[in-house]
Design a protein around this ligand. Structure first.
Ligand code: NAD
Ligand code: DAU
Length: 340
């Protein structure tokens, strides 16, 4: 029996991982520790709510007492750390929470792992640590060149992981995923924001010329990549999880508008994100060598994702109120007013 602590398990990718693990491994207990920030949502965990192998605790990974109590209560042996502030635009508006959760929080998890003698921790990181990749593909040994407070907070966490591995011989593995999309993604990231805004025939604020390149990974493929590294990754190693599907932002937006049957005139070119990385692209050979392959084509996955938001207005309409609208105004009101 494994007792796996999934931090940030009420967020987008973390909840997909929890749903997958409960379905896939009948011998595992899954304990979610989540602070339930604006991005955490217990609706994401409704499909596993009644499982006797799923447990939820609300709390902060940066609290030593909380982490110790949860580890001891459930005899946790393994941690999978999704908990993070994860949105680049919010890190530009207000970086503090990124340092607290992504840097201090990861350090507390490492320290509790050391003191309480846990077996393994998988830390979920990002391709953004490599920074802008003008040409070629990032490999796991490349240096970090983070360009946003978010990316720097994730790179900082990885440096602390490396130090704990070298100093205390902890069994830690890292995954670096690319741009992930799918059901239950908080509607502030490109795809869920634009899908839900387009459903309401509202303008879609595309930064700059829309020619930035991202590598798109369906959430279910990201989750199986994490599972592969959790079970087969070598201690102390990092593994890229790439969608191997590079697209310009404008192409992605056109694709989602086609799937929705909405016109391209909804697109507005607005003032760019400061420090905006032009391209991310990773080599994924190291993970392929462990036997992982993605199972979903971009075209099928985007159709499925669009349809999910069309069918699940109950999920996103209640998010798009209160704090969400304040954030939307701070991020977009001036940009949209200035756009042509
Ligand atoms: P998300 O923002 O949807 O979810 C983050 C979750 O962490 C939320 O449930 C939130 O409540 C929780 N959380 C935040 N601060 C916490 C704290 N101090 N203590 C406990 N819980 C806390 O994020 P996501 O998109 O699901 O990303 C999950 C992880 O994957 C992050 O570490 C992110 O950096 C990484 N990642 C994301 C992507 C992507 O495209 N979304 C790609 C690669 C890597
Ligand atoms: O690459 C992995 C990263 O992908 C993860 O580490 C992050 O957690 C995740 O948020 C995501 O970061 P991005 O900044 O790439 O994702 P976002 O959805 O915010 O933006 C995707 C692209 O779309 C990016 O080039 C900026 C652009 N964009 C985004 C928004 C929200 C727009 O043009 N307009 C927008 O309104």
């Amino acid at each position: 029996m494994k007792n796996i602590l999934v931090t940030g398990g009420a967020g987008f990718i973390g909840s997909a991982f929890v749903r997958y693990m409960i379905d896939t491994y009948p011998e595992y207990n899954i304990i979610v520790l989540d602070k339930l920030t604006y991005a955490g949502n217990l609706d994401n965990l409704l499909p596993v709510h009644d499982s006797p192998r799923y447990h939820f605790e609300r709390g902060d990974i940066a609290s030593r007492e909380t982490v110790q109590r949860v580890v001891e209560t459930y005899s946790v042996d393994t941690i999978v750390n999704f908990a993070a502030e994860s949105h680049v635009d919010r890190s530009i508006l207000q970086p503090d929470a990124f340092i607290h959760t992504d840097v201090v929080g990861t350090y507390i998890l490492l320290d509790m792992m050391r003191l309480l003698g846990l077996e393994r921790m998988l830390h979920v990181s990002t391709d953004e640590v490599y920074g802008d990749v003008a040409e070629g593909y990032s490999v796991e040994t490349d240096s970090f060149q983070p360009n946003s407070p978010y990316a720097a907070s994730k790179a900082s966490a990885e440096l602390m992981i490396r130090a704990y591995r070298q100093t205390y011989d902890l069994d830690v593995v890292v995954t670096r995923g690319s741009n992930t999309f799918g059901p239950y993604q908080y509607p502030e990231k490109l795809l869920p924001l634009f899908i839900t805004e387009a459903i309401d025939d509202r303008p879609l604020p595309l930064y700059g010329d829309g020619m930035q390149v991202r590598d798109w990974l369906f959430v279910e493929d990201h989750v199986t990549g994490i599972d592969t590294v959790l079970h087969h990754g070598a201690a102390g190693e990092a593994y890229n999880i790439a969608g191997e599907c590079e697209k310009h932002n404008i192409e992605v937006v056109r694709e989602l508008l086609r799937a929705l049957g909405k016109p391209e005139k909804l697109i507005r070119h607005v003032k760019d994100r400061p420090g905006h990385d032009r391209r991310y692209a990773m080599n994924c050979d190291k993970l392929h060598a462990l036997g992982w392959q993605r199972q979903h084509s971009f075209e099928d996955a985007i159709r499925l994702t669009v349809q999910w938001y069309v069918d699940n207005e109950w999920w996103w309409r209640k998010i798009k109120t209160g704090e969400y609208l304040e954030y939307y105004k701070a991020q977009y009101a001036e940009r949209l007013a200035e756009s042509d």
